[in-house]
Write a protein that binds this ligand. Structure first.
Ligand code: C5P
Length: 239
């Protein structure tokens, strides 16, 4: 089941791709809130699948079993009061477990397999609903939403990304050394960029945004500006 062609999405899609730690999670959440659009955190789908595999004792190398599991798992995202999202796997809250570096690493291992990626295509496209959707991932613009209204490739230097991730984890009370984190990020980048299937590259028609020296509001504003060149969007507070 290879699905590279996309039927026209039923709603405008803003695709934001880029490497780990570029700030996609924060930026896409703010964009979705600013626009009043739905949000697809596609990395969370790979993370949840890796977690489900772990629980069901499915090896992270067993492609067929992983693809079958991808068809079976029930994943749900629910916004919480604090503006974050709660992630459910088969009815159980797994938000914290899914956000660990270990889950991210496992996700990137299973994301190498074409069959696993194919098994998640329809599920990802089903998130595109009116009035619009912001999609956070690695191949949103190159593969899942090839007709997206706007494609952004958000990046930052590896040092800056490690620093941001370190700060984020520290705020959550998770103690990881910056050096170890830099190493993990570099390894994950290499695996994501060099894999044969859906490697992490900007779409030909993506606009690349290097956020190394930009603040979060500056990044959000820039993307909203770009989007407003393509479609009419409501002013702040009226989304
Ligand atoms: O974005 P996040 O860190 O949650 O993604 C975890 C891993 O899932 C990435 O390192 C990448 O290997 C994989 N992924 C992917 N395609 C996506 C989203 C995530 O391959 N659209």
């Amino acid at each position: 089941m290879s699905q590279t062609r996309q039927d026209a999405p039923p709603a405008p899609v803003l695709a934001v791709d880029g490497p780990s730690g570029a700030g996609k999670g924060t930026i896409t959440r703010l964009l979705a809130r600013r626009l009043g659009w739905h949000l697809l955190d596609s990395g969370a789908l790979y993370r949840v699948l890796a977690l489900a595999a772990n629980r069901e004792r499915v090896s992270l190398d067993d492609i067929d079993a992983l693809a079958a599991l991808a068809q079976k798992v029930r994943v749900r995202f629910v916004s919480d009061e604090a503006g974050g999202e709660r992630i459910y796997l088969d009815g159980e809250v797994v938000t914290d477990e899914v956000r660990t570096e270990r889950a991210g690493d496992a996700a990137s291992r299973i994301a190498r397999f074409q069959e696993v990626r194919d098994a998640l295509v329809d599920l990802q496209r089903s998130f595109a609903r009116p009035p619009g959707m912001v999609a956070d991932g690695r191949d949103m613009g190159t593969r899942i939403f090839t007709d997206a209204t706007l494609k952004v490739f958000l990046t930052a230097t590896a040092e800056e990304r490690a620093r941001r991730r370190h700060k984020q984890l520290k705020e959550k009370g998770i103690d990881v050394s910056l050096a170890a984190l830099s190493r993990d990020i570099a390894e994950r980048d290499a695996r994501d960029a060099q894999r044969a299937v859906a490697p992490l590259v900007p779409a030909d028609d993506a606009r690349v945004l290097d956020s190394t020296d930009m603040s979060i509001p500056q990044v959000v504003d820039r993307i909203v500006d770009w989007l407003s060149e393509r479609i009419e969007i409501p002013p702040v507070g009226q989304a």
